[in-house]
Design a protein around this ligand. Structure first.
Ligand code: ADP
Ligand code: TRP
Length: 334
């Protein structure tokens, strides 16, 4: 391994309808980072991982496509980013086996996300237990230097660091066969959901990115507020609607909005949560209008997304195979 360029790798769970939390917490960051890492970005849709929970082939296929179409519509550029399906590059699974041989069961037993799921009563499969090993392989096989993730994934990246070190110590013969990756946290820590908790598809409190028109207004109307009446002064610092508005409105416009909140009035007329929600729905609708049109076009003609995924798989395989050659040599496999 000599003089590798900085390289970004990240995986996305194919979880169907993506929401504002996914956009501001993850997608927007990918779109930004693709400039800095252009040509050295590997982003894949983690369908092998999804098999630990999804048990319906059509559901999985649809989710993989929808997520790819969502990312492309929102500005991920296949010229800069190698976007592909994880299962198109089966070297991920091969490397995961070699990593498993140098990983203590204790390391995996300490995984928070595994322990949380077991605590929730899920009967764990070996696959769920093994999840961090496959994830480490996803990262190490592309010689990632940086892995952008949310806070909940940090421990998994630390495990990948450990596995790279263990592998190099066990098989490296003093050489760094595998590169040690670092994580990068997304700057938007928590987008609140309808109930004020973290927006998450598991909590059924999301605003999907591509919802529009009446359906969007109805969803935004469900954002929980306190019981202040129309015309009362409102507190922007504790309001869920305002927290969401801040993602779309900036500078002078935000200051003006804050003024309406604190005074409970706009242009001499009473201002209340209903008005704030109307503004929010209009902002979301407008912000994603272009991307929504692209998404609908991808749904009507699936060929472009498929072509991107196939070309991505080709490129990814070339890099993954080169790493596997090194790893096979280092470990004594032919
Ligand atoms: P969900 O909680 O809906 O299952 P995931 O866990 O699949 O979402 O998250 C995918 C990505 O989106 C992760 O990088 C995660 O950090 C980010 N993300 C999800 N929800 C939020 C949120 N409410 N605020 C900020 N980032 C989020
Ligand atoms: N486990 C990640 C999640 O739930 C998805 C993922 C799989 C991933 N493999 C990865 C993320 C490799 C970063 C790098 O969001």
């Amino acid at each position: 391994m000599t003089d590798l360029p900085p390289r970004l790798v990240s995986g996305i769970q194919p979880s169907g309808e993506l929401h504002l939390g996914n956009y501001f917490g993850a997608i927007a960051q990918f779109v930004k980072l693709q400039e800095e890492y252009a040509g050295n970005c590997f982003v894949f849709i983690a369908d092998y991982h999804a098999l630990t929970t999804v048990r319906d082939a059509d559901t999985l296929r649809t989710a993989v496509f929808d997520v790819a179409a969502t990312y492309l519509s929102l500005g991920l550029d296949p010229e800069k980013v190698t976007l592909f399906r994880q299962s198109d590059v089966n070297e991920h699974v091969e490397l995961s086996w070699l990593l498993a041989t140098v990983t203590g069961t204790g390391l995996l037993e300490r995984a928070h996300s595994y322990k949380d799921k077991v605590a929730k009563g899920i009967r764990p499969s070996v696959g769920l237990f093994y999840y961090p090993v496959l994830m480490a392989a996803d990262i190490l096989i592309y010689d990632a230097s940086v892995v952008p993730v949310g806070k909940d994934q940090v421990q998994h990246i630390e495990m990948a660091q450990d596995m790279a070190t263990h592998f190099n110590e066990a098989f490296g013969g003093g050489q760094n066969t595998l590169r040690r990756p670092e994580y990068q946290l997304s700057p938007v820590a928590k987008v609140p959901g309808l109930d004020g908790e973290k927006m998450s598809k598991s909590y059924d409190n999301t605003i999907p990115i591509f919802l529009s028109g009446k359906k969007l207004k109805k969803r935004v109307a469900q954002v929980v507020t306190d019981s202040k009446s129309l015309g009362d002064p409102l507190d922007p610092d504790t309001c869920n609607v305002f927290a969401l508005l801040k993602l779309f409105v900036h500078g002078d416009e935000l200051e003006q909005l804050e003024g309406w909140y604190r005074s409970g009035a706009r242009d001499g007329q009473p201002f209340g949560y209903g008005h704030a929600k109307q503004i929010l729905a209009a902002k979301i609708d407008a912000h994603f209008a272009d991307a929504r049109a692209k998404y609908e076009a991808h749904q009507a003609d699936r060929s472009q997304v498929e072509a991107v995924l196939q070309a991505g798989a080709e490129r990814a395989r070339t890099v993954a195979r080169a790493t596997m050659d090194r790893v096979r040599k280092a470990s004594g496999l032919r």
